[in-house]
Design a protein around this ligand. Structure first.
Ligand code: NAD
Ligand code: ZN
Length: 360
């Protein structure tokens, strides 16, 4: 197995990546000390596939383990579900030395992590991501949240996990849409920070589409390394961490305006990356060769998705309500080359609207 460290002083933790490592969780937890009680937060889809395996590996008797089952779907990443899990924790006398384990994709990780962040002002949690998106992105970095009916991730906290355990074999049951959704965040790392990694993804596009385990393991490892380095520099997003939002300002607006559930998070991010790339090219920030490389890789990995026809003004309004707006100015992350981005808050909204109407 591969082991990476996220170095955040007292809040440091390891990311462990391997094939079939789910069953090692019990052993790995020993180093964190004995938890008085454990809540396994998951959904029925993932629990049916991996619940037994994880429980077997945990080796914890049923009295100490509480199942925090949440219905499957982004629409359940809510305060209502968080409250339900907190009720369950109170009912089972969870205390400061209790532990939350999240087994699932980004929805489960964000929700379970949020509950761990606020229960008794914060208890330990361990992320066991089972989607590619959660492996390369949401399980690392400590951002946890639930959605407000009118805005995604509006209620949240920074709360780092104590451990992230990535079992690459879980990727084989993932739907094609969800797999590709995770690829969008993976490509993002190449564009924002690492030209060589971007080239690796280009060279191995065929193997990635076939879910080759060796290639995936490298891609997950490199993505986590890049994310860890950025988070180590700027844990609370006061500066450089914002570059992780490439494609997200457009993406969140598309997700919100088309109603939660129409697109996977990564699908909307993929559209956002394409729009940001076209906008950067239009502004002469990005040369034609790099623009074409980005669009070609998106294409090769099935991520050149049609942007839905939504009223541009509506999208712009949502973009302006985004958490990434500072002092009323819309901030966008734009690629300036493969491997480099700039954060700009001086882009003419009329030009953004134009890109939204006529992406080409
Ligand atoms: N905290 C962060 O830093 C951060 C970063 C990026 C995204 N996110 C959040 O992550 C969420 C999206 O996460 P997601 O794309 O993982 O979606 P998801 O959690 O909804 O999972 C997608 C689907 O795959 C199913 N699934 C999960 N693992 C599976 C497996 N191994 N086999 C078969 N099916 C499986 C789930 O049940 C679900 O139906 C969004 O809410 C987004 O806001 C958070
Ligand atoms: Zn994202």
């Amino acid at each position: 197995m591969d082991r990476l460290k996220v170095d955040l002083g007292a809040r440091s933790y390891e990311i462990i990546i391997g094939s079939g490592v789910l069953k090692e969780l019990g052993v790995l937890l020993h180093s964190l000390g004995q938890a008085s009680r454990i809540m396994l937060v998951t959904n029925p889809t993932v629990y049916d596939l991996y619940g037994e395996q994880l429980r077997g590996g945990l080796g914890v008797d049923d009295k100490r383990l509480v199942l925090g089952m949440v219905p499957d779907g982004e629409e359940y990443k809510t305060m209502v579900q968080a409250q339900r899990l907190i009720d369950l924790a109170v009912e089972h006398h969870f205390d400061r030395s209790s532990l939350v384990i999240t087994l699932g994709g980004g929805v489960i990780g964000d929700l379970g992590g949020f509950v761990a962040a606020i229960y008794q002002r914060g208890i330990d949690f361990v992320q066991v991501p089972t989607t590619l998106l959660a492996m390369v992105d949401s399980s690392v970095g400590g951002k946890v949240a639930v959605n407000h009916p009118r805005a995604k991730n509006m209620i949240g906290a920074f709360h780092q996990p104590r451990l992230v355990l990535i079992d690459t074999t879980t990727l084989y049951t993932l739907s094609l849409r969800d797999y590709r959704s995770g690829l969008a965040e993976t490509i993002k790392y190449g564009i924002i920070a690492d030209r060589d990694f971007f080239a690796y993804l280009q060279e191995n596009a065929g193997l990635i589409n076939r879910r080759d385990e060796t290639v995936l393991r490298h891609a997950i490892r490199r993505s986590c390394e890049i994310k860890a380095a950025i988070v180590e520099d700027d844990e609370r997003e006061s500066g450089v961490r914002a570059i992780l939002n490439l494609g997200h300002t457009f993406g969140h607006a598309i997700e919100t305006c088309s109603g939660y559930g129409a697109y996977r998070h990564g699908e909307a991010v993929a559209m956002g990356i394409v729009l940001a790339t076209r906008l950067a090219h239009r502004l002469n920030l990005l040369d034609t060769t790099d623009k074409e490389s980005i669009l070609a890789l998106m294409d090769a990995l099935g991520l050149n998705l049609p942007v839905p026809k939504l009223p541009p003004q509506e999208l712009l309004n949502v973009m302006c309500q985004d958490k990434k707006v500072r002092h009323g100015r819309l901030r966008l992350v734009l690629p300036t080359a493969v491997g480099r981005v700039a954060i700009r808050d001086d882009i003419d909204p009329a030009l953004i609207a134009e890109i939204l109407c006529k992406p080409d």
